[in-house]
Write a protein that binds this ligand. Sequence first.
Ligand code: SF4
Length: 217
Amino acid sequence: MSDVKVRIDGREVTAHEGMTILEAARLVDIEIPTLCHSPDLIPSGNCRVCVVEIEGARTLAGACHTPAADGMVIQTRSPKVLTSRRATVELLMAGHTGECVTDVHTDQCDLRKLADHLEGGAPRFLMRKPRWYPIEEANPYVRRDMSKCILCRKCIGACQEIAKKNVYGIAYRGFASKVVVDFDDPLTTEVCRDCGICIDYCPTGALSKPAKRGGVQ
Ligand code: SF4
């Protein structure tokens, strides 16, 4: 395997051929934020939070799925990158329904932490009809609050690639898109057992462990 040399935020980085820009940046502790990415899962590039600027490229590139190529000059925090990243996070936040501040699952939310980190302030965007779904608590292993889902698809990847199951899929189109079970059926114990892997990978409070019957979680 040969090496490729790139320049990231002014630093020379030697990466292995086939590494993504995200992996190359992490070699030298340059942190590029992600939401839909996990090193354990096939990159999907869904959320666009990890965009970077590549000298000479017309558009911003997703660092999690773009291979580092020899001679690339990359900026991870240029004004263009930060403007795009903040707008992406604001749109994701605006698509949420419900009050995050009083929700006990908020501390699990990487989106919320990222919004705080980027200091974008209150979202400028107001969805005419934010996505809202009732909370599903019938399954004893997974509580689903799909109003908080950002459609990153990590639960689908974790279920398929790690648990080797196929419980989740995407249904509907555009803004109505939703992570569903079968034909948008309830998550029953017949299709989902107790592995809980989807909870570990969900970057928001959309999937969580249910409170124990009778009280405290
Ligand atoms: S439920 Fe969680 S992991 Fe699944 S798509 Fe929504 S935010 Fe991502």
